[in-house]
Design a protein around this ligand. Structure first.
Ligand SMILES: Nc1nc2c(ncn2[C@@H]2O[C@H](COP(=O)(O)OP(=O)(O)OP(=O)(O)O)[C@@H](O)[C@H]2O)c(=O)[nH]1
Length: 294
């Protein structure tokens, strides 16, 4: 085995719900990317860094590629393609418990011919029998030219170490890219905005699938307390009423649910001030999009 240090970038791709965020978290052993049982919650590029004695693996989390219906959709797709062209390894995630479908074939053809090494990752292996898994591995091998195919269960913690060995093995020899103690280079404000957005979407996803954006306007540290002022943007007055709830009950619940996670992240007590505002058609307005960080 080579004694040389390796370092580089990798990302996971795959259709919505393929298990990309959960896998990222299992690899770095900490909740960084936002996971949910619903598609397309990951919007920002969030890097997580895995530090090993022999390698440094920088994971870049991308949103899913989808048919662009709005300006936001187009920007997201550009962002995804830009990321793909910059990484050393791409892990194509294919859930073990679902047939390979059109969406998978589309993504497999999109990542073909890039500079990156392609690794097929068969996720959620805890959900299927060994026979089913064997068949899935065979089907996956027919999907494209992969440097490796690795079955893994992020939830059961099976084969996660094998996957990281395989991925770091494909990185170029390089000195460390980031300091040893860094796990993510996202500003805390973006992570907090994602956490608030996730909490705000809870229970109303069907009504407001892509209509909520969150911006952290201000964070003030006062000793062991951080005051966080955030705006929750919706597109219409009617949506504002939904998010706030009767007698502001929903808004209070959002705060109660998300505060512990923010306290964990910052390591201080948190006072959270949430303000719901209407930004009409923010998904279609370039100025609003820029303001909201897209
Ligand atoms: N049983 C099982 N469930 C898993 C595993 N990995 C992920 N899941 C579940 O699958 C769902 C989707 O996982 P995510 O990690 O959010 O999927 P994603 O690909 O990041 O989804 P998007 O952000 O929508 O693209 C969640 O409910 C996870 O709990 C696994 O190894 N085993």
């Amino acid at each position: 085995m080579s004694e040389r240090f390796r370092a580089g970038f990798a990302c996971f791709v795959g259709r919505p719900n393929a298990g990309k965020s959960t896998l990222t978290n299992a690899i770095v052993g900490q909740k960084i990317a936002i996971t949910s049982s619903r598609p397309q919650t990951t919007r920002h590029v969030i890097r997580a860094v895995l530090h090993r004695p022999d390698a440094q693996l920088v994971l870049v989390d991308t949103p899913g590629l989808h048919r662009p219906r709005t300006l936001l959709g187009e920007r997201l797709n550009d962002l995804v393609r830009e990321t793909w062209s910059e990484v050393d390894v791409i892990g194509l995630c294919l859930p073990a418990d679902e047939e390979i479908g059109r969406g998978d074939r589309f993504i497999a053809s999109e990542i073909k011919g890039l500079r990156a090494k392609l690794v097929a990752v068969v996720t959620k292996t805890d959900l299927v029998s060994r026979e089913r898994l064997a068949k899935q591995l065979l089907d996956v091998s027919r999907l494209g030219e992969f440097a490796d195919i690795v079955p893994v269960s992020a939830v059961a913690g099976e084969q996660v170490d094998v996957l990281t060995d395989v991925m770091t093995g494909h990185l170029p020899e390089s000195p460390r890219l980031y300091p040893d103690d860094m796990i993510t280079d996202e500003p805390e404000a973006v992570l907090i905005a994602e956490l608030v957005r996730e909490a705000a979407l809870e229970g109303v996803r069907d009504e407001l699938p892509h209509s909520i954006a969150v911006v952290v306007e201000e964070m003030i540290r006062e000793g062991n307390l951080t005051k966080v002022y955030a705006h929750v943007y919706v597109e219409r007055q009617s949506q504002k009423a939904i998010v706030i709830g009767a007698g502001a009950s929903r808004l209070r619940d959002i705060g109660t649910r998300v505060r512990p996670a923010i306290e964990d992240l910052l390591g201080t007590k948190v006072y959270l001030d949430l303000h719901v505002r209407v930004a009409k058609d923010w998904q279609r307005d370039p100025r609003q999009l820029r303001k909201l960080g897209f």
